[in-house]
Design a protein. Structure first.
Length: 443
């Protein structure tokens, strides 16, 4: 491979605990779930499309042997160094204007021993992202006023200062308690490319000219100092973008904290990738990047260190308007279990089996089926990898969830059925049942 040289930065960032970057130990990843109708499909290593529960530093290290310089676009939305712990909303039909009445659980923590420990975290991960990024790829790093200035110096060092493509400002509206300064209502997205040969699809992200601009050019052929734009084609957006925050987008809200709007990620993905390209998000949170990548025909790999985030993405993929096929993996971080055993009723009619979820064995405060977010069936469970072949998923604000799933077997004999149920905390339990399909009923 041709060696690429980058310019040395004109400034570097020093902090007390800074040391030379060293490749961390790779995570030992285990395939947990295949969402596919194909019973025979199996994976020996992470491949698109995959959702991974684990520490992203170790996860990225585990991907290097097979996927170094394979990602066409990386979007990173790490903690912002806010010093806050964020709660996730898990209630339904709540008044958005009364946060004190919301039902919540722990989302993620953005609390650090000191700013140096935050920089240690960020620096190591940016180094690995650089190695995973393809020669024609781009990295979009999303931060705000707390740490974006420091991150730019780090990225100048890792990529080279000449590889800064854009400093994008995402502006938005919303309430603010600040009374002693201007209200902070923007985030900063730093865009770096691996080389001069990068993807940028200008025509894919054009927007209409402002009506006042159109009117001006229609009234005077000298309005643009001799330059007349193609008003019908529209323009490439400036480096400041206005998109509403998710709190104002009722249809997109998952309840996961600091969720980003789909329109923001759509512009990024359309501009800096092509259909079939591989997109990565190793702080995937609620999964906006992955959901948009799936919708736009890109391949994707996402990772997060919290089980609730992975559960949110898992539900989100199932609630999408298209049939999805993906795998979920986990490292030493495990999806939490629950003691709430599902109560099942199995009805057979010839070679068709219907499973009815009728209750939960453990007494709980919420009446059945209110606590259930999702349940799914592997109709030939091998006791190891759960192949999710049938699913019933509750929408983000829906009161009802389907309690019947059915399957028609083509082969007679004994079948082991796995039924996995997830509650609104993202806790899972698997119940296993054996059924027998008689030979005479299999045709």
């Amino acid at each position: 491979m041709e060696k690429r040289f980058k310019k040395e930065p004109f400034a570097t960032l020093q902090w007390g605990s800074r040391s030379q970057f060293r490749l961390p130990d790779a995570a030992q990843l285990r395939l947990v779930t295949l969402v596919t109708p194909n019973k025979d499909e199996a994976l020996n290593a992470v491949s698109p499309n995959s959702l991974i529960l684990g520490d992203n530093l170790q996860v990225m290290a585990s991907l290097l042997p097979e996927m170094e310089e394979k990602f066409d676009l990386l979007y990173a939305d790490p903690p912002f160094l806010t010093g806050k712990a964020y709660a996730a909303r898990i209630g339904r039909d709540e008044d958005s204007r009364r946060p004190s009445e919301w039902r919540t659980t722990n989302g993620y923590r953005d609390i650090w021993d000191d700013p140096a420990s935050y920089l240690d975290m960020l620096y190591a991960r940016l180094n690995l992202m650089y190695r995973l990024l393809a020669p024609t790829g781009s990295l979009y790093l999303h931060l705000d006023w707390h740490a974006s200035a420091y991150a730019r110096v780090l990225l100048d060092e890792i990529f080279g200062p000449d590889r800064l493509l854009n400093e994008i400002v995402w502006v938005y509206h919303g309430p603010s308690p600040i009374r002693s300064a201007f209200k902070r209502k923007h985030d900063t997205i730093l865009v770096y490319t691996k080389s001069n040969d990068y993807v940028f699809n200008a025509d894919a992200v054009r927007i209409p000219y402002n009506p006042s601009t159109v009117k001006t050019f229609n009234s005077s052929d000298r309005a643009g100092f001799g330059k007349v734009p193609d008003l019908k084609r529209g323009k490439v957006p400036e480096d400041w973008w206005y998109f509403p925050v998710v709190a104002r987008l009722h249809s997109e809200r998952t309840g996961y904290p600091t969720q980003k709007p789909e329109a923001l990620l759509e512009r990024i993905i359309l501009a800096s990738s092509n259909p079939g390209d591989l997109i990565g998000d190793f702080f995937c949170g609620s999964g906006t990047t992955l959901a948009v990548a799936e919708r736009l025909g890109r391949r994707w790999i996402g990772c997060d260190a919290t089980a609730l985030a992975i559960h949110t993405v898992y539900r989100r993929m199932h609630l999408s308007q298209t049939e999805v096929h993906f795998a979920s993996w986990q490292s030493e971080i495990k999806i939490p279990g629950t003691e709430e055993e599902p109560i099942l009723e199995i009805v057979k009619k010839r070679n068709t089996v219907e499973i009815r979820l009728t209750g939960l064995s453990k007494p709980i405060s919420d009446p059945f089926p209110d606590p259930i977010d999702l349940w799914e069936v592997d109709w030939d469970y091998d006791g190891n990898i759960f192949r999710s072949q049938s699913q019933s998923v509750r929408g983000w604000r829906e009161k009802e969830i389907g309690l019947k799933l059915s399957h028609t077997y083509s082969a007679s004999g004994k079948h082991k059925v796995g039924v996995r149920v997830a509650n609104l905390m993202g806790e899972y339990v698997i119940a296993i049942k054996e059924i027998f399909i008689e030979e005479s009923n299999s045709h």
